[in-house]
Design a protein around this ligand. Sequence first.
Ligand SMILES: [Zn+2]
Length: 270
Amino acid sequence: MTIVDSHVHLMPAALARAIRRFFEEHIGDMLVYPADITEVLDRHHADGVSAVWNLPYAHKPGMADRLNEGMAEVAASTADHPVDVVTGCTAHVGDDAPGDTVRRAHETSGARVVKLHCSVGGYDADDAPLDPVYKAAGELGMPVVVHVGHDVTGHTHSHELDSISTAAQRHPGTTIIVAHCGHHGHRETLDLMNTHANLWADLTPVVYERPGLSADDFADFGDRLLLGTDAPNVGLTLASHLEWLTELNLADDTMAAVLGGNAEHLIPRT
Ligand SMILES: [Zn+2]
């Protein structure tokens, strides 16, 4: 079966060091992957992964363009690796024209997926200046992965999900992926997926907590759920996710979809 990790952060070196420091200060020393990009990809290759979606995020206005270029440089530097690195891009709500930031990244950096991180960036998923981001992404066929919550721990609270509902409603032609399935608000995230056909979710843990989906949830929403790890800044390995999914005894087609089929449907292999 094809395995795609649709949520990793293999960042340019200086930013990667800053993020690691943040995790060590706020979360503790629980991380199970090394910071080195090639080592992470080697581990994923050994676990059977064929591609990763590499997602950046910007904490202030004016930095997204340079960061998006850096993500393309990361992809270029790993071009020989058997694991395919799909370039992501980001924009900040305070950028001069956030929609144009995404269009530029698509054209010049080959970006195929957008990441918005509401706590790091200090904004909400439905802030009006982000409308051009969702619009551009929809027109370019780029899914938008959104970390909705503002908690420093990485958690999302149920009431915060209203913002993603509004964004999904406003942009029905854009595929919006709720990172971490909105954990702790994973139940409410699934409810919103009932309402909005363009809303998806990834199963990325919050450091070392998996969103607690049941086998029935996978039966209902398995065509819109994506495997993700948050590597390298996470306390659970991809291998442990595979064990978890195996123990749920999902139908073969659901398992294949969640492991990689859904991701390849959104971003076909080149
Ligand atoms: Zn993440």
